[in-house]
Design a binder for this molecule. Structure first.
Ligand code: AP5
Ligand code: ZN
Length: 213
């Protein structure tokens, strides 16, 4: 399967991705995760991306298209992939179409994590992450066994720098202005499946399984 996950910050893309990935043996490419790794490693790419990310604005199309183009060459991505957080602009969607056309492949589905903005602040400000594995927790909705500690490795959890109420506002603005048009772009191609992303994680997973079966 070749899937795209679209939804606002905190809608559950990163929570559902590992489940879908394991069930269908797909590679998971999350531009946000890749950019955060580049920022942490202070690579030239990370240095360019940091300012926009800290403000909750989108990084330039050229940078993210370059990352995805490179990442999709991995052997593990040849059978199928989940794109989490990409494409986020219509330009990125058009570039992706060109990339897939060159490979002679097509998208199967675009999963739209539809959810009301009002729910997202609590989700975002309560999120804790285990950076090396990408495991995600929530103080209220998915607490770790020991607060601040990863269940599997015992390593410390961190909070994302952009997970504040103030930066969330800019991220939501960017979503409505730049990313919602991408949903229309794929609706016209008949690829969009709408999920009820406000439901508990397991119920969202069940909806995804129905769409993909
Ligand atoms: P990115 O990392 O993609 O962030 P985002 O889109 O803002 O999405 P999040 O990761 O915040 O949300 P999520 O949907 O994954 O939520 P999660 O499942 O963790 O991008 C970060 C930045 O990088 C961007 O701002 C931009 O600067 C840059 N960037 C990235 N891609 C780009 C691109 N293509 N172009 C340009 N710039 C780009 O869930 C959140 C919390 O809620 C967790 O604590 C979780 O436990 C909890 N939760 C999840 N589901 C449920 C549920 N069903 N019920 C209750 N709680 C739940
Ligand atoms: Zn995410």
């Amino acid at each position: 399967k070749r899937l795209i996950l679209i939804g606002p910050p905190g809608s559950g893309k990163g929570t559902q991705s590992p489940v879908i990935k394991d069930e269908y043996c797909l590679c998971h490419l999350a531009t946000g995760d890749m950019l955060r790794a580049a920022v942490a490693a202070k690579t030239p790419l990370g240095i360019k991306a940091k300012e926009a990310m800290d403000k909750g604005e989108l990084v330039s199309d050229d940078l993210v298209v370059g990352i995805i183009d490179e990442a999709m060459k991995k052997p593990s991505c040849q059978k199928g992939f989940i794109l989490d957080g990409f494409p986020r602009t219509v330009v990125q969607a058009q570039k992706l179409d060109e990339m897939l056309e060159r490979k002679g492949t097509k998208l199967d589905k675009v999963l739209n994590f539809a959810i009301d903005d009002a729910i997202l602040e609590e989700r975002i400000t309560g999120r804790w992450i285990h950076p090396s594995s990408g495991r995600t927790y929530h103080t209220k909705f998915a607490p770790p066994k020991v607060p601040g500690v990863d269940d599997v490795t015992g390593e410390p959890l961190i909070q994302r720098k952009d997970d504040t109420a103030a930066v969330l506002k800019s991220r939501l603005e960017a979503f409505h202005r730049q990313t919602e048009p991408v949903i229309d772009y794929y609706s016209k191609k008949g690829l969009v499946a709408n999920l009820h992303a406000e439901k508990p994680p397991k119920e969202v997973t069940t909806e995804v399984e129905k769409v993909l079966s």
